[in-house]
Design a protein around this ligand. Sequence first.
Ligand SMILES: CC(C)(COP(=O)(O)OP(=O)(O)OC[C@H]1O[C@@H](n2cnc3c(N)ncnc32)[C@H](O)[C@@H]1OP(=O)(O)O)[C@@H](O)C(=O)NCCC(=O)NCCS
Length: 245
Amino acid sequence: MIEEVLPSHVRAFEAFEHVPFSTLRPQEATLVAKAVEGRRREFATARYCAHQALDALGAPDAPLLATPRGLPVWPEAVRGAITHTTGYHAAAVADASRVAALGIDAEPDRPLPGGVLESIALPEEIAQVTRLTARHPGINWDKLLFSTKESVYKAWFPQTSLALEFEDALIRIDPVGRTFSARVLPPALVAAEPGLSTFAGRWLVRRGIVLTAITMDAPTSGRAPAGHRPDPEHKRPPITSVSSP
Ligand SMILES: CC(C)(COP(=O)(O)OP(=O)(O)OC[C@H]1O[C@@H](n2cnc3c(N)ncnc32)[C@H](O)[C@@H]1OP(=O)(O)O)[C@@H](O)C(=O)NCCC(=O)NCCS
């Protein structure tokens, strides 16, 4: 289902079931060697998704390591994002010559716990959630808002290394077109990163999952940055998944 929230030049892979821990490369396995079983399983499955997506992009095969803070270290000239939640794991990657920033997020399709909306949403966003809930019942708009902000963070942070608080981005959700926009508000952040101050994304609710994605296309520069270049002859289908029937 992730292909519905991403453009065709982004390669993605999703898994609804865990894959074996043995699919991890040895260097990746050391990153979660001391983690509990559930964490190891979600990490291995998401890494598997990432490798499938990178392969579809034509990126060189290499372990996908992480910074000490857990940020995936994507191959040079690749933009990527990972998400996982109960029963769903996904990764999306794109060539940096085409995509400047990428964020994906999946959450269980359940309302936020009491009091959380007030701590993550601006007053304008709370009013929006109230309005959407009245007009379009059946969608957990509070959880969707939360997920859009997580996608914003994942698109923002890897490019900027700057903190972005929940109140720093104003989200507007289009309930009909299943899109959303985000605007970074603090003037200091906008001044520091003028090219990343607005984002556009898509959303989907299906199979008990709230899924959001942001793709910011790169300014058309023509030439790919040094390093990885996608294989123009690559014929594999762009989107695949691991899923129960
Ligand atoms: C980092 C964060 C966005 C992860 O989101 P999450 O919903 O908790 O978890 P997800 O499963 O969707 O994503 C986890 C994956 O994100 C990736 N990730 C971790 N830190 C990241 C970061 N700083 N930037 C981008 N991606 C990150 C990792 O690949 C991780 O999976 P892995 O450890 O198995 O490799 C979240 O924990 C967080 O810190 N949020 C607070 C910041 C925020 O959202 N601000 C709002 C801005 S409007």
